[in-house]
Design a protein around this ligand. Structure first.
Ligand SMILES: Cc1cc2nc3c(=O)[nH]c(=O)nc-3n(C[C@H](O)[C@H](O)[C@H](O)COP(=O)(O)OP(=O)(O)OC[C@H]3O[C@@H](n4cnc5c(N)ncnc54)[C@H](O)[C@@H]3O)c2cc1C
Ligand code: FES
Length: 516
């Protein structure tokens, strides 16, 4: 996001450092002129790259080296040390690479390299299709289009989105953008020129009404038809609306799109009191953002503890206490029964005043197109390990896709930004005929005030919850286990351990081929 404005720190790598200072697999952050540079040793080789992640500027020196790649500590993006390519989302842009000279037992970083380009991923088993159509301009759709061009795909790409804006950084809509601490120019994933420069035909306000797998075409609501050779369905999810009287008033909002977030921001400028209905991730992130704007916030939810179902009771208590420290008032084990003008009526009999109501009571995958087209569904669009649906040539990714997750051994569907992007990337490769399975360990993050919660893996239930460190001290790692096996790990400010847990889950799967 923001450029590093800090003064360069660490050793001057152009002047050289002793090779012996770098352990195998070790990293050292220094500078070349004004630029921060990361030096990484892998065996006898030494690589030099930009020191910060191209996603939100995470410090790569605090990350993890795996083979000839480095993973970012904040949201687990992965970069090639050889080419700087962002191999795994959420970073999509490469990082700079520098030439390194080794002589007389010393390592010198010389010029920035201009000869690097992304490697081709796999060999296509079939010729590239003429035209790929992507339905959805969100995380999965965008990442797929970007990967197709990164892989030098020369055919046509049409992206159909019923949104009125080009793909945006959706997670930011309930965080810094909503809090007023991120300007709107940070929100688009790419500027408008990206689509023209990369010959991606992005059609906004294009609502796809039907999909005909036999004729290989989609029909838009305006009656026009768009043929395809391969199709990616990435229609995401939509917020569940509250079926209570008064929920359709102009000061009551769900939060999914930039338009939704803009509308809440507009009301937040004058609102004094807000009610958030639902103690979900999005509801509580919105509560934090509104508190940053110094609005009085009440959260109403039926749960005993916020986020208990996903994170367990101890983390739930922590999240509640964290929000209470920031002035949020909880009304738990209660629900809203009506919104009468500015009054939110509670089942318990209470009543809360609200100039603004944010409803965060969950989402529902958008399955209409898939359902009408006769694709196999199971609480989501069923895909195989290559993310192909039951209709050949049609792939699905992101919030709608239920895929065979080799780590949990279950077919799962999740609503995580990074998973959607990575699935979009793998679906892109498979649409080009490269047979690559989707095997990434699920990852998500959530941010409340200045506290990030990172989560790797997938545990719908567990029989043991092992807590390392101190949750209330904001320095902890929780392992969700079944029969002694770690299914998922949640952490606060234990980024390296979170990356190590992700790697251990990958290795665990690789060591038990039956899981694949
Ligand atoms: C406010 C907010 C904050 C979030 N924060 C986090 C976070 O911190 N961490 C995290 O892991 N996840 C987060 N998520 C979840 C994450 O954003 C989603 O999992 C992710 O966006 C899913 O990507 P997707 O491509 O499947 O769907 P989306 O990103 O929702 O994109 C779907 C696209 O399809 C379009 N579309 C739908 N139907 C049609 C149609 N019929 N015709 C044409 N276009 C159509 C939509 O307009 C949209 O452009 C957050 C979500 C929200 C809403
Ligand atoms: S800052 Fe590196 S992945 Fe987000």
């Amino acid at each position: 996001m923001a450029d590093d404005q800090a003064k360069p720190s660490g050793p001057d790598l152009a002047a050289g450092i002793a090779f012996a200072e770098l352990a195998d697999g070790g990293m050292l952050a220094g500078h070349v002129g004004e630029e921060q540079v990361l030096l990484v040793r892998v065996g006898k080789e030494v690589f030099a790259t930009a020191a910060h992640c191209s996603h939100y500027h995470g410090p790569l020196a605090d990350g993890l080296v795996v083979g000839d790649t480095v993973r970012c500590p904040w949201h687990h993006a992965c970069f090639s040390l050889r080419t700087g390519e962002a191999l795994h989302a959420p970073a999509l842009s490469p990082i700079d690479c520098w030439s390194v000279d080794q002589r007389d037992g010393k390592v010198f970083v010389t010029a920035k390299r201009t000869d690097v380009k992304p490697a081709r991923r796999g060999k296509p088993a079939s010729p590239a299709p003429d035209r790929i159509v992507i339905v959805g301009g969100g995380a999965a759709g965008f990442a797929a289009a970007e990967m197709l061009r990164r892989q030098d795909y020369k055919g046509g790409i049409v992206m159909l989105s019923n949104d009125d804006t080009a793909p945006v950084d959706r997670p930011n809509l309930s965080k810094d953008y909503l809090a007023g601490t991120a300007p709107e120019e940070w929100i688009p994933l790419r500027g408008d020129d990206f689509y023209a420069d990369n010959a991606i035909e992005l059609r906004l306000k294009a609502n796809v009404a039907t999909l005909d797998p036999r004729a290989r075409e989609v029909a838009l609501a305006d009656g026009s038809k768009v043929p395809y050779d391969r199709l990616l369905l990435a229609t995401g999810a939509e917020p569940v609306r509250l079926p209570i009287p008064g929920a359709d008033q102009p000061h009551v909002h769900t939060l999914r799109s930039l338009a939704d977030s803009r509308a809440i921001v507009a009301l937040a400028k004058t609102a004094r009191r807000a009610v958030v209905i639902g103690a979900s991730f999005i509801g509580l992130e919105a509560a934090a953002a509104l508190r940053t704007r110094e609005i009085e916030v009440h959260v109403v939810a039926p749960d005993k503890r916020p986020m208990e179902r996903v994170l367990g009771p101890a983390m739930g208590d922590f999240v509640r206490a964290l929000h209470e420290e920031h002035g949020v008032v909880f009304h738990l084990e209660d629900t809203a029964t009506a919104i009468d003008g500015k009054q939110v009526k509670l089942k318990s009999g209470g009543m809360l005043e609200a100039d603004l109501v944010v409803v965060g009571v969950g989402v529902r995958p958008r399955l209409d197109l898939a359902e009408k087209a006769g694709l196999t569904l199971d609480r989501g669009v069923v895909v195989d390990a290559f993310l192909e649906t039951s209709a050949p040539g049609i792939y699905a990714a992101g919030d709608i896709a239920r895929w065979p997750d080799p780590h949990s051994g279950q077919a799962i569907r999740v609503e995580h930004w990074v998973v959607a992007e990575r699935q979009g990337q793998i679906a892109a490769l498979n649409m080009l005929g490269v047979r690559e399975k989707f095997e990434a360990v699920p990852f998500f993050w959530s941010q409340h005030y200045d506290i990030p919660i990172n989560y790797v893996g997938h545990a719908e239930k567990w029989d043991e919850l092992a807590i390392e460190g101190d949750i209330s001290g904001k320095d902890c790692l929780l392992r969700y286990k079944t029969k002694g096996r770690t299914l998922a790990v949640a952490s606060i400010f234990r980024d390296l351990a979170s990356l190590q847990a992700e790697l251990a889950m990958e290795r665990d799967m690789a060591a038990s081929p039956s899981a694949r």
